[in-house]
Design a protein around this ligand. Structure first.
Ligand code: MRU
Length: 354
């Protein structure tokens, strides 16, 4: 896998500071935020400075560590209380991403084990730091593995369409849906990638186009409403997207517009693949009906990217941030353990078996 230089979320060990690539100012500026408080991490997640399901999970894991690292070393009960408070607080930052809860629960499990082993407060702090680091390092491995599996689905010179950003900035490294593109690029696959701009927050234009171009991959930016024409013109041989939550039956929540792309792909007979780390698969959630959709501010649609407002004042706006792609539209779900095909109910359960 090509050595990628972008690291969107990592701990500066010496300064005990979380370094986050500010995704809201890309591509004009590549600037990094120094986060030292749980409030800072909450805000970075809420405002999408750090975004993408895996990156959110990693930031939250470090966030609970930062929240408790200054706690009194002699007060065990106070320490555990402070952890629980920080965990609840961070869980409210961006609920649609299941990785947020997954990472926070993993941190809580680690703390519980340390406490059961009669660890001291400094030992519990060290355990939390280590667990956050593990979550980050594992994500890198998981993404690499997703990339390798997904690449088996692709052929040289293919045209690939992707929506939103499921790339290296959305994860510890490599990305999920973009991981096979980096891997294939290194092996001379010569992909032609079409990136949907992804209204209203333009993750495709600002992030996917930026990171693929930076890696030297042939990328063409299109507006969201151009996906159908590029499919019709046979420029696309496969669609690859990331996800924020996969239900037990394979229904998949991802950035708004994904389900429309899947419907079009089905119409044109193009395979539609979801790249999903197992941390994003929620077997507790039976179907997409149970996935809560985040509603965001009107201003993202009416004025955020414009010098002057582009909609009449006071017009009502509906701005759901995610939609759910029905499992019947998904050709395969690529995980770090391999590719799951329908029937997803059985296949997804299977990959969780030890
Ligand atoms: O609102 P965003 O930008 O956080 O939405 C992100 C997505 O929809 C991504 O596709 C998803 O988190 C997967 S990132 C590997």
């Amino acid at each position: 896998m090509e050595e990628l230089v972008i690291e969107s979320v990592k701990l500066d060990d010496e300064r005990d500071t979380l370094i986050v690539l500010d995704q809201t100012v890309l591509p004009t500026s590549e600037s990094y935020l120094d986060l030292t408080t749980v409030e800072g991490v909450w805000e970075a997640i809420y405002e999408l400075k750090v975004r993408g399901a895996p990156a959110i999970g990693i930031a939250a894991a470090y966030g609970v560590y930062l929240a408790v690292k200054q706690e009194d070393d002699s007060d065990r009960t106070g320490f555990i209380k402070a952890f629980d408070k920080a965990k609840t607080y961070l869980a409210s930052s961006r609920p649609p991403a299941v990785n947020l809860f997954w990472a926070l629960d993993r941190m809580a499990d680690r703390l519980k084990k340390s406490a059961e082993n009669q660890a001291s407060v400094p030992e519990m702090k060290a355990a939390l730091k280590e667990e956050a680091q593990k979550i980050r390092d594992e994500d890198e491995e998981v993404c690499k593995s997703i990339g390798e599996h997904a690449l088996t689905l692709l052929k040289p010179d293919m045209g690939i369409l992707t929506h939103c950003n499921a790339g290296t900035v959305a994860t510890a490294k490599y990305g999920t849906a973009l991981a096979p593109l980096y891997l294939g690029h290194e092996q001379g696959y010569n992909f032609r990638v079409y990136a949907d701009e992804t209204r209203p927050l333009l993750q495709g234009a600002r992030l996917t186009a930026w990171e693929l171009q930076k890696a030297g991959i042939d990328v063409t930016l299109i507006c969201d409403n151009m996906a159908s024409i590029v499919m019709k013109e046979q420029k696309i041989q496969a669609v690859l997207v990331g996800c924020d939550r996969v239900a037990a039956n394979g229904d998949t929540a991802n950035k708004i517009g994904t389900s429309g792309v899947a419907i079009m792909a089905k119409h044109y007979g193009i395979p539609f693949y979801v790249c999903a780390p197992m941390s994003t698969i929620d077997l507790e959630c039976a179907t997409g009906e149970e996935i809560e959709i985040e509603l965001r501010s009107d201003e993202e649609v009416t004025e955020k990217w414009y010098e002057t407002r582009m909609a009449p004042k006071d017009v009502s706006v509906y701005n759901p941030a995610f939609d759910v792609t029905d499992h019947t539209l998904i050709t395969g779900i690529v995980t770090e353990k391999g590719i799951v095909y329908p029937d997803y109910k059985t296949g997804l359960k299977e990959i969780f078996r030890p």
